[in-house]
Write a protein that binds this ligand. Structure first.
Ligand code: PLP
Length: 369
């Protein structure tokens, strides 16, 4: 398999642990292991104390599968524990063959289109539209893009990097169209639970449409990326079995300590997600004000969920140079849009961490020169 470098991950690998300030991470404020365990129930604490570092059950710890199922509207049998990035890789491998066509909501986290491409598929990127300072879904484009050989539509709501979230009516329209055409849907739901208005939270796609798989995980909404724990849910038993078989060639089974900590996290899931959401919302107010106050230099696009937003740099300077200079002059990492394979002079900001206000202040100083 030949696959291009993952531009975003290479950019993070270069700067994440060397710069002083990060304006663009997509994960949310993490917590210490002691904090996680100290608030856990006695069953979880017993599991932790008696933990053996053996291989684990390939599908995932039964108690973890149960917690995931209760949050995603499927049964435990319809869940497979995976590492999130692995979930994209394996599900695409299970679903797609050479010469299939896939339509990918874009701009997009690269693996969502790069893995299909590496499998020899044709890929159409379905871009969100900009409208009056926010983002919009272009459903007629999707309808026009579908061909005889279209096997897959890839969704990602709340969306990285724009923070876009459609209405339930819009999502239903997309799924009804896919049902009519017999197309499978892969729904990346890594940011589900970070909607700013909880009433706008969408059902997980497998609850609405059988021919689908959803990806979720602990990295963003729950602030625990170091556990490397996620899940694929699907009401299609063939697909889940196939992904489970492919997992024998990647990780085989999950890390034993991570599984128990993941059970601890999901049993306190509402509390953990609520904490991350509160941080994002507070930072969003600051970010909106910062960028709107500087409307001669930036165009602000309002997000509706997730931890990221995707403003535009105005003027003649390329965003790539802008970001490079920020690293050089202020040790401030900002993520330019080329890592999403677009050239729109946008950049991502990440509002999930408590130190976001400091990073924003450093950006302010950088702008003043
Ligand atoms: C949309 C999306 N999907 C999947 C992932 C992968 O998650 P993880 O880094 O926990 O493997 C990310 C990470 O940034 C993401 O933004």
């Amino acid at each position: 398999m030949k696959v291009r470098d993952f531009l975003l991950e290479r950019y993070f690998a270069k700067y994440e642990f060397t710069v002083e300030h990060m304006l663009s991470p997509s994960d949310c404020e993490t917590m210490g292991m002691e904090d996680l365990l100290s608030g856990s129930d006695s069953e979880v604490l017993d599991l932790w104390r008696n933990l053996k570092l053996s291989y684990t059950e390939a599908r995932g710890h039964p108690l973890l599968l149960k917690e995931i199922a209760s949050r995603t509207g499927v049964t435990s049998e319809e869940v497979l524990e995976i590492n999130p990035e692995e979930g994209i890789f394996l599900t695409m491998n299970a679903l797609l063959d050479q010469d299939d066509h896939a339509v990918i909501l874009s701009p997009s986290y690269q693996s969502l289109y790069e893995i299909p491409k590496s499998l020899g598929c044709e890929v159409t990127r379905w871009y969100l539209k900009k409208e009056n300072g926010s983002w919009r879904l272009d459903i007629p484009f999707l309808e026009g893009a579908v061909r005889e050989n279209t096997r897959l539509v890839v969704l990602n709501f709340p969306h990285n990097p724009t923070g876009f979230l459609p209405s339930l009516d819009e999502l239903t329209e997309v799924l009804d169209f896919c049902a009519k055409k017999g197309i499978f849907v892969f729904s990346d739901e890594m940011y589900r639970g970070l909607e700013y208005d909880s009433e706008k939270r969408l059902p997980s796609v497998p609850e609405l449409y059988k021919k689908s798989a959803a990806l979720g995980g602990l990295s963003k909404t729950y602030g625990l990326p170091g556990l490397r724990t996620g899940w694929i849910t699907s009401r299609d038993p063939w697909l889940l079995d196939r992904v489970a078989s492919l997992k024998d060639y990647t990780t085989i089974c999950a890390s034993a300590p991570s599984e128990i900590l993941a059970i601890a996290a999901l049993r306190r899931g509402d509390e953990l997600a609520g904490r991350c959401r509160a941080i994002v919302i507070e930072n969003l107010h600051r970010a909106r004000k910062f960028f709107l106050d500087r409307s001669d230099r930036f165009e602000w696009f309002e997000p509706r969920g997730g931890s990221t937003a995707f403003p535009r740099l105005l003027g003649n300077q390329s965003v790539k140079d802008f970001c490079e200079n920020a690293v050089k002059e202020r040790s401030l990492m900002i993520l330019p849009d080329f890592v999403f394979d677009v050239d729109w002079n946008h950049f991502r900001i990440g509002m999930g961490r408590k130190n976001f206000p400091e990073a924003l202040e450093v950006l302010g100083e950088f702008l003043e020169g």
